[in-house]
Design a protein around this ligand. Structure first.
Ligand code: SF4
Ligand code: SF4
Length: 391
């Protein structure tokens, strides 16, 4: 990397103070999934913080190597879990990305493209059609204002993995509840937030808030943990509308005895704590309550579970697919070695990434499934799991 003379700092005073809290103890090193893969200091939190400091001080420039270290970070936040002085890594990383975006050198082109697709089509994959023009058309029977829940479906469950949405609706209907969908739903823009493009995120978030509040929903649920974290933690709501992840809704329905899983699933399963549901949102128990309600099912907890779960690698799949393959591959090997038959996720993106890597590695004996699918099976709403076959 090119060494330059001192320039005025790029980051705010509070971010610089946050950076200075790092004592360089190294506790974050080995837990970082990108360091596990590369075994190079600049691919873990401590190394990245040193680079951010040097760049902020004008000692290095935003070279291709610097950009690589910034954007290969998954923002999985597992490093924050082990950091003794509690360095606010996420805030720092977002600020660095924000400044790089302002300077026109970030995000990387593929990630920029995803943000442009959201702005142009309202969908991260650039799909122009409305939500009621595809697989989910039959579920547009109740308007959000008349329904018990408004379902913010998200890009993944809305288009490519529609069974994630269908199973959730079938389960709520089984409990006697109504679910309203919105054909004009737009992407939550969580991807723009992750890439530090705050201006795009804030604009889309404000538009979504105005639109959703206009629908007058009583309560909102999502199946996607990223949508959940964005809506729950980042959106500038002007009205109070309860927001839940679908696993929290299921846990409530079980507690109220509104659903009762009866069909046995005599199998060992590992639950995969998605970063956005676990570390970002603190939801660890609800999915386990759901799985423990299924007769015959036994949960196996791996060494890296709950707040220490390794990311699926999905956030950097495009363009750093080798990182995704390595990172997901490690988790899959551990799950396979545990003797589990199922790896259950609460997230369409985790499902896609883990499934793709398992498929590429011929792990045909391990079934990677969505939590709603498992519950729908035990409630006798579907006849087989997995509904999604390996690609
Ligand atoms: S957020 Fe995840 S990938 Fe990024 S430095 Fe921390 S542990 Fe590593
Ligand atoms: S664990 Fe925290 S204090 Fe220790 S090196 Fe990592 S970021 Fe710095």
């Amino acid at each position: 990397m090119t060494v330059k003379g001192k320039l005025s700092p790029k980051l705010s005073k509070s971010i610089i103070e946050a950076l200075q809290k790092c004592s360089q103890c190294g506790k974050c090193r080995s837990i970082c999934p990108t360091f596990e893969y590369k075994n190079i200091e600049s691919y873990n939190e401590r190394g990245r913080l040193m680079l951010y400091k040097a760049w902020n001080n004008g000692e290095i420039e935003a070279s291709p190597a610097f950009i690589d270290r910034v954007y290969t970070c998954l923002l999985c936040r597992v490093c924050e879990e082990t950091c003794p002085p509690k360095v606010r890594y996420m805030e720092i990383a977002e600020a660095v990305r924000g400044k790089l975006a302002e300077e026109g050198v970030g995000p990387v082109p593929e990630q920029k493209q995803a943000i442009e697709a959201i702005k142009k089509t309202g969908n991260v994959f650039g799909q122009e059609s409305k939500l009621n023009e595809g697989d989910l058309a039959e579920f547009f029977t109740t308007a959000p204002k008349d329904a018990d829940y408004y379902f913010f479906v998200g890009c993944m469950a809305g288009r490519n993995y529609t069974n994630l949405a269908k199973n959730a609706i079938l389960i709520l209907r089984k409990a006697g509840l109504t679910v309203g969908l919105d054909p004009d739903e737009k992407c939550c823009a969580g991807v723009a937030k992750l890439q530090g493009v705050e201006s795009d995120f804030s604009k889309i978030a404000a538009e979504n808030v105005k639109h959703i509040e206009g629908l007058n929903p009583k309560k909102i649920f999502t199946v996607c943990p990223m949508c959940y974290a964005a809506l729950k933690k980042e959106y500038p709501w002007t009205k109070h509308i309860p927001i839940q992840h679908i696993t929290e809704v299921y846990a409530e329905l079980l507690a109220k005895k509104m659903i009762k899983p009866t069909r046995e699933l005599p199998a060992k399963v590992v639950f995969f704590d998605s970063c956005h549901l676990g570390r970002w949102s603190g939801v660890y128990d609800a999915p386990r309550i759901v799985l423990n309600s299924i007769p015959g099912l036994q949960i196996i907890e791996l060494e890296r579970t709950r707040n220490l779960q390794r990311c699926c690698g999905g956030p950097i799949r495009v363009p750093y697919v080798d990182f995704r393959n390595e990172i997901a591959g490690r988790t899959l090997q551990e799950v396979e070695a545990s003797g589990a038959e199922y790896l259950v996720t609460p997230c369409g993106t985790c499902l896609f990434n883990l499934q793709s890597v398992a498929s590429a590695n011929f792990m045909e004996d391990l079934k990677i499934v969505d939590i709603s699918e498992v519950l729908a099976f035990s409630l006798e709403l579907i006849d087989k799991i997995p509904q999604y076959e390996f690609e």
